[in-house]
Structure formats: structure tokens, C-alpha cells
Design a protein around this ligand. Structure first.
Ligand SMILES: NC(=O)C1=CN([C@@H]2O[C@H](COP(=O)(O)OP(=O)(O)OC[C@H]3O[C@@H](n4cnc5c(N)ncnc54)[C@H](O)[C@@H]3O)[C@@H](O)[C@H]2O)C=CC1
Ligand SMILES: CC(=O)C(=O)O
Length: 327
């Protein structure tokens, strides 16, 4: 008798559908990244700008020969998102040079109120991943507007910032970025903080890293400079080319893969925190498990006193901002 055949991973089932709302710099690059990485079998783009979404779909379709099997759809009608397993929300204004992410809150919250109810009608069971900035406030607002449970709706948080941190640490230490385990926590924005005390390189606690020939140690001043560079990254890129898109596209695809592939991947997504070291009722990022259920619980990562204080400050800043918008 044949042994029972295990179900294929969700990411390879022909039914997996990723809907991306907003076909701008972030949404269309995320679609490209998701297709390249085989994250879903159907990628659907929704944008209010019909000509733009049709053009992006056509361009992506012309590359399908060179990608894992998939189909691409796009429309200015929300019906294109029907039955999606994951909906990623990237619609909305982006920062102009010099603007902070928080400056976008009012218009983005308005968009969430407008778009989310229609999405919930056509994709009630999807996992919702918010990306539009300021992502932590937008995630909090979207939870209130939708009434969805926090595991089903969360934000991309500091997945992107953590990859920036890992890149800078890897460069400084002369190791592969994949061997750096380090997280940025808190706001996806100016008050974010690196969790140095739990970071490691190839199993060596990062705070004990002695350097290697040709590469200096990670002194306190180097760590401070790296943390500053992470916060400044988006501003630097926006000053140079008007938007960030490649790394966020990949970071978003990574989250989608963790969901559709039921990966239980530890990712610093932005979720509603309740009673996390005394932090309550605010969306911000700490390492959490992401799988087919969505955000399936956070990791109780140990924090140094400085990290705890930083996270508290970040939570306070976000709560004050959310309150300013009536939440
Ligand atoms: N959380 C993160 O890590 C990151 C977040 N972002 C944020 O992502 C957002 C999008 O950035 P970009 O793609 O560069 O902006 P963009 O301006 O290139 O694209 C936004 C798209 O949203 C569409 N849109 C506007 N209203 C809509 C509606 N009612 N329905 C459907 N589509 C609608 C627009 O037509 C446009 O195509 C910004 O808020 C940006 O700050 C950007 C990078 C990283
Ligand atoms: C724009 C933005 O949020 C980022 O690149 O981090």
C-alpha cells in the first residue's frame, strides 16, 4: 500500500492568490518580487488608476515565461481581489523628501476607511498585511475599521528595517547577511530601536563579537552609527530617487511566503500588543511567528533596560499619534 501523500505546501497549491492594493512603486515591485519567488499562483493588482494598473499587469505578464508558473490580473475594480488568501495594502501617498512617515497618517487612514470595507466583502478570509505608511498607525486604524482579529491583520512593520540593519552589520563585520540575526523593534519610523542584546552572528552573541582580520569590532559607537543609518535609510533613498521599492518589495514577499507556506517564520511584523512588558493597545513590531493563520503569536524576546526604555518611548509616540487621529 502506498504511504499517504502529504499535502503540498500552501505556496505551491494552484489556488494561492495574493492581492496587492496599490500598483505604485511598492505594490508593483512587490508583485514582481512575489512572482519571481513563486510566492503565489495568482497575483492580482488593484489600483484606482486604471491605465497604470493595466500597464503594470501587461509588463509583468510579459515576464511570466521566466518565472515560476503564475497568472497576473489587475483592475480598478475591487472584484479582482475576490477570494484572495493574502491582501497586501500599499495604496496611498508616499513621503516627499523631508516628510516623515507620520505626516502621511491622515490621508492614509482616510484611504483605509474607503477601501477596506469593499475588500472585506470580496476577501473576508484573507490575511491582511498593511504596508502603507505610517504602517503602525495604519495597522491600528485598520484593525478598528475592519473588526478583524489581530492575527488576521497586521503590518509589515520592521521587516524591512531589520534587513537594513542586517545588511549594515554584515558589511561591517565581513560576514554573509544571512548569518546575521538581529531585529529592529518598535515603530517603523524614527523612534525604532535595534535589539542588540539578543542579536547574534553565526551563533556568537553580537555584543561579544570581537571582529575578524580586516574588519573592526562592533563597538558602541559603531552600533550607534549603524542604528542611525537604519533610521535614515528611507530618507536617503527618497532624496535620491523619490521612493523605496526593491527591498520593501522583497520584504513584503517574504511575509506573504511565510503566510502561504505556513512557515512559522520569525518576522518583526507590526501587531497589536497587549501586555507586552507592560506595553498595551498599540501596534508596533517585535519578533513574531508568521504562518497560515497570520501572525500567530509573538516571541518574548529578552530586552536590555535600554531596549525596554526605547520600546516604551516608541509605543508612547505611536499612541499619541494614533490618539491625534481619533483612535
Ligand atoms: N512599510 C514599509 O516598509 C514601506 C511603506 N511604504 C509606503 O507605501 C506606500 C506606497 O508607496 P509607493 O508605492 O511608493 O507610492 P505610489 O504613489 O507609487 O503608489 C501608490 C499607489 O496607490 C494608488 N492608490 C491611491 N488611492 C487608491 C485607491 N483608493 N485604491 C487603489 N489604489 C489607490 C495610486 O494610484 C498609486 O498607484 C506609501 O505610504 C509609502 O510610504 C513604502 C516603502 C516601505
Ligand atoms: C518609505 C519607507 O517606509 C521605507 O523605505 O522604510
Amino acid at each position: 500500500m502506498n504511504a499517504p501523500v502529504a499535502a503540498p505546501p500552501a505556496s505551491s497549491r494552484s489556488t494561492t492568490k495574493l492581492a496587492i492594493v496599490g500598483a505604485g512603486a511598492v505594490g508593483s515591485t512587490m508583485a514582481y518580487a512575489a512572482l519571481m519567488r513563486g510566492a503565489a499562483r495568482t497575483v492580482a493588482l488593484l489600483d484606482i488608476n486604471r491605465a497604470k494598473v493595466q500597464a503594470e499587469v501587461l509588463d509583468l505578464r510579459h515576464g511570466l515565461e521566466f518565472m515560476p508558473p503564475a497568472t497576473v490580473e489587475g483592475s480598478d475594480d475591487v472584484a479582482v481581489c475576490a477570494g484572495a488568501d493574502v491582501v497586501v495594502f500599499t495604496a496611498g501617498a508616499k513621503q516627499k523628501p523631508g516628510q516623515s512617515r507620520l505626516d502621511l497618517a491622515e490621508s492614509t487612514i482616510g484611504l483605509v476607511r474607503t477601501i477596506l470595507p469593499g475588500l472585506l466583502d470580496v476577501a473576508p478570509d484573507a490575511t491582511y498585511v498593511m504596508v502603507t505608511n505610517p504602517v503602525d498607525i495604519v495597522t491600528y486604524a485598520a484593525l478598528k475599521v475592519s473588526g478583524l482579529p489581530p492575527h488576521q491583520l497586521f503590518g509589515s512593520g520592521t521587516v524591512l528595517d531589520s534587513s537594513r540593519l542586517r545588511h549594515l552589520v554584515a558589511e561591517h563585520c565581513g560576514v554573509a547577511v544571512q548569518n546575521v540575526h538581529a531585529y529592529i523593534a518598535g515603530e517603523h519610523g524614527d523612534s525604532e530601536i535595534p535589539l542588540w542584546s539578543s542579536a547574534s552572528i553565526g551563533g556568537v552573541p553580537l555584543l561579544e563579537w570581537q571582529g575578524r582580520p580586516g574588519f573592526g569590532p562592533l563597538t558602541a559607537s559603531v552600533r550607534e552609527a549603524i542604528a542611525h543609518d537604519v533610521v535614515r535609510s528611507a530618507y536617503t533613498i527618497i532624496e535620491g530617487k523619490g521612493a523605496t521599492n526593491y527591498a520593501v518589495g522583497l520584504a513584503g514577499s517574504r511575509i506573504v511566503e511565510a503566510i502561504l507556506g505556513d512557515e512559522r517564520r520569525v518576522l518583526p511584523v507590526s501587531t497589536l500588543l497587549e501586555n507586552f512588558y507592560g506595553i498595551d493597545d498599540v501596534c508596533l513590531s517585535v519578533p513574531a511567528l508568521v504562518d497560515r493563520r497570520g501572525c500567530d503569536g509573538r516571541i518574548d524576546v529578552p530586552l536590555s533596560n535600554d531596549e525596554y526604555d526605547g520600546l516604551k518611548r516608541s509605543a508612547t509616540a505611536l499612541k499619541e499619534a494614533a490618539r491625534g487621529f481619533g483612535f
